[in-house]
Design a protein around this ligand. Structure first.
Ligand code: F6R
Length: 363
């Protein structure tokens, strides 16, 4: 049932281009002219979106905040489900609350969903298990269509969550008159290309395995990102600590000098996730601050980024260039592969990491 792979996680990482293409076939018009979301997905008159989830699903929500705000101009709150209802959130009756969960059974996410019922205009869920409690109790359940995910570390569910959230942000932008049909068509064409681009990214397994052999020796590893790559830095760190048991933290690149830079010495690998986008130069200057303190930098970028900023770095991974909006979906692949190969090098149980359960049904 692992289809020739050593672990479910490896199989599920490799399945991503296929399941992503399936999800796009489901949610895009067959002639690529537009979106094919259910008619109820209409953001006209919606004044705010509250996104709630746990763990990796929460990090998908954090990426989506950038999309909803930058592309659709729609204000977004993002909360960890276990914190949400205890802060007495102020909810607008014109707002939507959106719950993201692979299993659809996470106790805190379900409790948060019940907390908003009757207080918002619509309760929407983005779930991988369509028969789950969260799907059943929401006004509208949108399946992520990743297929069954067995590995405890979420991989294909994350990229499918991101893809669906990207489509929702584009729909919000179109409904709010912020996106011309041409601009929407260009973004959808880029999305249609993404499975092929991901296939390309999956080829770097050998390079990653070589780098991971050295990461496996580290005590602490930092991930840095700026803008929508900040949540990806958090996801890279979460995935790595979860399955390799190496202490890892993700930081917003600009936050480094406010404390965490004190951790940097020649023993600390620092993984910088930075496509050559509008924020690249700022991230590179943070990366140079790390190098000045002898931190070992692994730069994950595209060919232009590695060419422009690669001097003096320890290692690099080169990804294809994509529409900047879609970079978080693509950069999930090296984050997953680094965690996987580092765990393999350490000999830990990749599919069943200690102390963790696939579905967390207690609060
Ligand atoms: C990390 C991971 C967890 C889950 C979290 C939420 O790899 O898998 O952080 O993302 O427990 O689970 P769901 O999405 O089922 O609500």
């Amino acid at each position: 049932e692992k289809g020739g792979y050593k672990h479910f996680m490896a199989k599920e990482i490799a399945e991503q281009p296929g399941v992503l293409a399936d999800a796009l076939n489901h949610y895009l018009a067959s002639d690529d002219s537009g979106l094919a979301l259910p008619a109820e997905v209409d953001f006209t008159g919606v004044d705010r979106v509250t996104l709630v989830a746990c763990g990796t699903a929460f990090l998908a929500c954090q990426v989506a905040k950038y999309w909803f705000e930058q592309i659709a101009g729609l204000p977004v709150d993002v909360d960890i489900a276990s914190e949400f209802r205890y802060r007495d959130p102020v909810l607008s009756p014109k707002s939507w609350a959106l719950f993201v969960s692979q299993s659809g059974e996470t106790a805190d996410t379900l409790a948060a969903l019940r907390h908003v019922q009757g207080k918002v205009a619509k309760v929407v869920s983005v779930v991988n298990v369509p028969t789950s409690s969260i799907a059943r109790e929401s006004d509208l359940a949108l399946p992520t269509l990743a297929g069954v995910e067995v590995g405890v570390a979420s991989t294909k569910a994350f990229t499918c969550q991101l893809t669906l959230l990207a489509l929702l942000a584009l729909k919000a932008a179109a409904d709010r008159g912020r996106l011309s049909p041409e601009a929407l068509a260009a973004r959808l064409a880029a999305l249609r290309n993404l499975p092929g681009v991901m296939n390309h990214a999956l080829q770097m397994g050998d390079d990653v395995a070589r780098i991971a052999g050295q990461l496996a020796e580290a005590q602490d590893i930092l991930f840095l990102g700026r803008g929508q790559m900040f949540p990806l830095a958090l996801e890279g760190a979460l995935k790595l600590k979860e399955i390799s048991y190496i202490h890892a933290e993700g930081y917003a690149s600009g936050e480094l000098k406010h404390g965490p830079i004190a951790l940097i010495d020649s023993h600390v690998p620092v993984i910088v996730m930075a496509p050559r986008d509008a924020l690249f130069d700022k991230t590179v200057s943070n990366m140079q601050e790390v190098m000045a303190r002898h931190g070992q930098v692994l730069l994950i970028s595209d060919a232009r980024g590695v060419h422009e900023a690669g001097d003096g770095i320890w290692a690099s991974l080169t990804l294809p260039e994509v529409d900047p909006m879609l970079a978080p979906i693509l950069y999930a692949i090296p984050a997953q592969l680094l965690a996987y190969h580092t765990a393999i090098a350490k000999g830990t149980d990749v599919d069943q990491p200690r102390n963790l359960a696939k579905s967390v049904t207690v609060e």
